[in-house]
Design a protein around this ligand. Structure first.
Ligand SMILES: [Zn+2]
Ligand SMILES: [Zn+2]
Length: 359
């Protein structure tokens, strides 16, 4: 099967023929339908976060089950599925505490010395996030997938697995934004637009989109932004403090920079919470004014939207089919696998919401 391989950090991806192992008892072989090109993949490709090479990146995908291991009852060949990074074992402390997105995945991956799921001429190809979606086939643990209705087109379904769950989930599950809240979303790419629609669906009164590109701000209105702030023209913090007469209840960071994380904290009103989704490069510290904590301002991280993905993904699918969750407007480019480097280039330029690869 063909896959886009990252042989070394900072190199372009190369299309190669790889071998996939047979599914073991709890594993599922999936024929990939669509994979999204996510900013997180770019962080690993650029070496801002460590990953073992050679590897196949990609963690947001949909597909059709091709074969299942002997103990798999959850899905059968022909079922439509979405993959999810935040697989959960159901047995560990975090799973029992109700935080399945924080599960350590023990027992869900093959041991380092074991036969690899992916290889090339007998040599190991590292599986990225235990998924590796930029490939015609994915061999994953059954806990890494969720079954979805066939009414949902597979190219739209892929987006639920990272950009939707991360953005909508951060707002609704991590930050618990509710009716009447005021929220600012800093960064209007694939994740930020989903944070914006998450706030709209949650009933937020005022949803302020912040970006440096005017076309992204225009698109943010489609997703539910009530106000837009062009950070290339004005000071975002000062403008928002003025617009809201003292600051927002929630600020969502969807860029992954020190500066924007600090801005999110600084635009909070009394009792407000900043939620950082963006992947701030390893080694970077963020600085806050200690006195601001006296008014119960908070800052927190969010990973995969604190998802319980086998509950959340079918719900998002229904919200889309009801016309309440927007997916069509998220896709700005559709590529073939051999055009994947163009998708990464577009991310670097920052000019698209989401590129998807259709297999
Ligand atoms: Zn992602
Ligand atoms: Zn667990």
């Amino acid at each position: 099967m063909r896959a886009a391989v990252l042989t070394e950090v900072n190199e372009s991806l190369e299309i190669m023929d790889l071998e996939t192992d047979k599914p073991r008892a709890n594993e599922v072989l999936i024929r990939t339908a669509t994979a999204g090109v996510c900013h997180s993949d770019l962080h690993f490709q650029e070496g801002k976060y460590p990953c073992e090479c050679p590897t196949v990146l990609g963690h947001e995908a949909s597909g059709v089950v091709e074969a299942v291991g002997s103990d798999v009852n959850y899905v059968a060949p022909g079922d439509h599925v979405i993959t999810c990074v935040s697989m959960s074992c159901g047995d560990c402390r975090q799973c029992f505490r109700g935080n399945p997105h924080l599960c350590a995945h023990e027992g869900l991956v093959r041991a380092p010395g074991d036969t690899p799921r992916l290889s090339r001429k007998g040599d190991r190809i590292h599986q990225f996030n235990d998924l590796s979606c930029y490939a015609e086939q994915m061999l994953v643990h059954e806990k890494a997938i969720v079954k979805i209705t066939e009414d949902l087109p597979l190219d739209k379904a892929a987006l639920l697995g990272c950009s939707v769950v991360t953005g909508v989930g951060a707002v609704q599950r991590t930050a618990k934004v509710g009716p009447g809240d005021t929220i600012a979303v800093v960064g209007c790419g694939g994740i930020g637009l989903n944070a914006i629609q998450g706030a709209r669906i949650a009933g937020a009164e005022r949803v302020i989109a912040v970006d440096r590109l005017s076309d992204k701000l225009e698109l943010s209105r489609v997703f539910g932004a009530t106000d837009t702030v062009d950070a290339s023209e004005v000071d975002a913090v000062g403008t928002i403090l003025e617009l809201t007469r003292g600051g927002v209840d929630h600020a969502i960071e969807a860029v992954g920079l020190k500066q924007t994380a600090e801005q999110c904290f600084n635009m909070l009103g009394v009792g407000g919470t900043a939620t950082v989704i963006g992947m701030i490069p390893i080694g970077t510290t963020i600085e806050l004014q200690g006195v601001a904590l006296l008014a119960e301002r908070k800052i927190q991280g969010s990973v995969m939207g604190s998802t319980r993905f086998r509950i959340d993904m079918p719900m998002y699918a229904n919200l889309y089919l009801q016309g309440r969750l927007k997916l069509d407007e998220l896709v700005s480019r559709t590529l073939r696998l051999d055009e994947i480097n163009e998708g990464f280039e577009a991310l670097r330029r920052g000019d698209v919401a989401r590129s998807i690869i259709n297999f």
